[in-house]
Design a protein around this ligand. Structure first.
Ligand code: SF4
Length: 235
């Protein structure tokens, strides 16, 4: 099995991407065959997440999907999760919360930590919880697309993840924004209504605005902080 420890020794599979799902279904089929229950999908329930959930449900009906529930998400995001649960009742959707409550965080680090030290806030509410999840599995799935930002332009289908000492699988690397929406409309998938209100990328409510630049899908995230990633995808 391909693991973080065996990465150098193991041959990595390659996948064609000149097909309907641009390789995504082939990658997912390989991943669930290789890892069975030893892989989780960390889903933000943004639009790419909706596509991946639908594709995953075709390959493994009872796959484990983890949502990093910071306690600071939009009401619309929680509603989206409920709609997804209704559509895919056999998927195991886990709401992973940080061990530190918002009150405790405010006591220890000050009110509204996201305003004055967002990296610390993301560390406490996203990175540490994901590390706890990934400690129990060999690999994880992410909805990164190369087109999303310069920091994501070199992502491969299968990646050695030094940050979490894991294998990170990214089936959607070749999908464009248009591909994502075509798939959602074609299959009548439920999605977060905030996407229709100018939010192409949706994270925690205090750190997400409508996109400032329509050509930069992540330009509404952490506006004014010079921060583009929450820390999950930095190696
Ligand atoms: Fe905190 Fe903002 Fe990061 Fe959410 S996105 S964990 S509110 S800094």
């Amino acid at each position: 099995m391909l693991t973080y420890q065996t990465w150098e020794a193991e041959e990595k599979p390659s996948f064609p991407h000149d097909n309907e799902t641009k390789g995504a279904l082939d990658v997912l089929t390989w991943a669930y065959d290789e890892y069975k229950d030893d892989v989780v999908y960390a889903c933000s329930f943004g639009i790419e997440g909706i596509v991946l959930i639908d594709l995953i449900s075709k390959v493994k009906r009872d796959a484990e999907i983890v949502f990093l529930d910071t306690g600071l998400h939009f009401r619309e995001t929680y509603k989206t999760i409920e709609k997804v649960k209704e559509k895919y009742p056999s998927l195991r959707i886990v709401m992973k919360q940080p061990s530190i409550s918002l009150d405790e965080q405010a006591k220890q680090f000050g009110d509204e930590l996201w305003k004055h030290h967002p990296n610390k806030c993301c560390e406490l509410r996203k990175v540490i919880p994901l590390r706890e999840v990934l400690t129990g599995v060999t690999a994880w799935i992410s909805g990164l697309r190369r087109e999303q930002s310069p920091t994501r332009s070199h992502v491969e289908y299968i990646n050695k993840d030094d940050k979490f000492q894991s294998i990170k699988i990214c089936p959607l690397i070749h999908w464009t924004w248009k591909d994502v929406w075509n798939y959602v409309y074609k299959h009548h998938l439920p999605y977060n209504v905030l996407h229709d209100r100018g939010y192409p990328s949706i994270g925690c409510e205090p750190c997400t605005s409508p996109a400032l630049d329509p050509n930069d899908l992540r330009s509404g995230r952490w506006v004014g902080h010079g921060k583009t990633e929450c820390g999950l995808h930095i190696t």
